[in-house]
Design a protein around this ligand. Sequence first.
Ligand code: B12
Length: 173
Amino acid sequence: MEKHAIVLGVIGADCHSVGNKILELFFTAEGFKVVNLGVMVSQQEFINAAIETDARAILVSSLYGHGEIDCQGFRDLCLEKGLDRILLYVGGNLVVGKTPFAIVEEKFKKMGFDRVFPPDVDLKKAAELLKQDIKERFGPDSQSSRDNGQPAGPDKSNPEAEASAPETREPRG
Ligand code: B12
């Protein structure tokens, strides 16, 4: 069976890289095709990678406390770029200080994230939720995450576009 692509990275100016490596190894072992952008990733970079790999989900990490600012408008930008069905997950130390998690979760859900995770999340449970969410959102035939139903990926008729595909980008950090 074909593996579902997911895009992973640490958003904004955040350079915490340890959790990102663990997530890459874990979700790869869970059977996903993980496109790991590493640390210090912009919203636009996440979205470009998701479009070019026809990803089912973007998994955003934020550890340094500025997650709320960095994630503002992420869902709107996805919609603007045609990713109208992509799953958005976010996790880590999402805000500064000790805000109760229920409040943090509500905040990020209002911003358009489908699931929000604390730093001590059981990754096995997160992977199960992701598999379930992909099935529910994309159906058993797992259609494209873009609104036009066209397969994503570089335009084979355009060698320049093909040459700039980001999947091989080395993760930073
Ligand atoms: C190591 C460390 C650093 C190192 C990072 C080195 C590196 N290459 O990674 C250095 C020294 C550079 C650093 C810098 C800073 N740090 Co620092 N750092 C830490 C520390 C001690 C450990 C982080 C770590 O590696 N944890 C281990 C990994 C495995 O856990 P994790 O990162 O949480 O990731 C897991 C989960 O969060 C979860 N997860 C994460 N994302 C996602 C996403 C999804 C979808 C899911 C399902 C799960 C998930 O799964 C991951 C794997 O298990 C933490 C404290 C702590 N105990 O966490 C502070 C901490 C993260 N740092 C903090 C801060 C404030 C900073 C600085 C701003 C300090 C400063 N004033 O300069 C800078 C930021 C620099 C920057 N631009 O990013 C704060 C953040 C506070 C907040 N959010 O409110 C923390 C929590 C310390 C604290 N208690 O104050 N830091």
